[in-house]
Design a protein around this ligand. Structure first.
Ligand code: BTN
Length: 257
């Protein structure tokens, strides 16, 4: 059974008209993907706890009730080939939200990780369905390690993850964080729908710590090494490797230097 716990209000916007706050759910992502089948759109789901939160590549997402976990269901007039730009838009909006609320600098690691001093504080996952040239729905999920106490960070994640509270000693309420994020994210959605993906990519590229670095690209059966050159018009990473310029649409990468 789902119990309403927290209350959030939506800033004025043209993409979302309903926000559902659940005490416990397996995954806000899965919850909204089910709702997407009913034809409903424009919904945000925030959960106090998730029992099966997950990220990209089927990885599980650690749950702490002090962290912010939400997913957004919407439709979009962008072309399906531009769908990867939605995650980039969420990444830029998260970076700007954090820097604005905490006065600190955070890094974006391509494609979707937001880091402080090399440790992850936010993850983004975007899932969608399209028919021909039309996007039917998008569910974009965001996990922010917001107010998790340092001692609650599991030991096995200690080297790779941290929280905003642990890094800054500052507590920001979930509702304030979400409101700021939504203002920025909706603005980027409009930029994308106006055919100005170039504006977003330029900004993402200037924010993305991966660009210019020597990196390893971890593919299913091989690893490539090269210099990350740029983000192309569909959000893919262009890397100069020993065989020339290669383009990757999704992969795990490691920054070497
Ligand atoms: C990643 O880093 O791989 C993405 C992590 C995304 C986690 C969020 S938490 C809210 C939403 N519900 C989920 O099950 N996943 C996303």
């Amino acid at each position: 059974m789902f119990v309403k716990k927290k209350s959030f209000s939506l800033p004025p916007n043209k993409y979302f008209n309903k926000i559902i706050c659940l005490d416990s759910v397996s995954s806000t992502q899965d919850y909204l993907k089910k709702i997407a089948q009913t034809g409903m759109r424009g919904i945000i789901c925030v959960a106090h706890t998730q029992t099966n939160g997950h990220g990209r590549l089927g990885r599980s997402w650690f749950d702490d009730e002090e962290n912010l976990k939400f997913s957004m269901l919407f439709d979009s007039t962008i072309f399906p080939c531009n769908l990867p730009l939605i995650s980039l838009a969420a990444g830029v909006a998260l970076k700007e939200t954090i820097e604005n609320l905490y006065s600190i600098t955070v890094q974006i690691k391509w494609p979707n990780d937001i880091l402080i001093n090399g440790k992850k504080i936010c993850g983004i996952i975007s899932e969608s369905a399209s028919a021909g040239m039309t996007v039917k729905w998008v569910v974009c999920g965001v996990g922010v390690n917001l107010n998790m106490k340092k001692e609650k960070i599991p030991q096995n994640l200690d080297y790779i993850a941290t929280s905003l509270l642990a890094e800054t000693n500052k507590r920001i309420e979930e509702s304030e964080f979400l409101k700021k994020f939504l203002e920025l994210f909706c603005n980027y959605l409009t930029i994308l729908e106006n055919g100005r993906g170039d504006i977003l990519i330029k900004k993402y590229q200037s924010f993305c710590d991966t660009i210019g670095k020597k990196i390893k690209v971890l593919l299913e059966n091989e690893t490539k090494v090269g210099i990350a050159k740029k983000i192309d018009e569909q959000g893919r990473l262009v890397v100069k490797t020993e065989i020339g310029e290669e383009t990757f649409s999704s992969a795990d990468i490691v920054h070497i230097r």
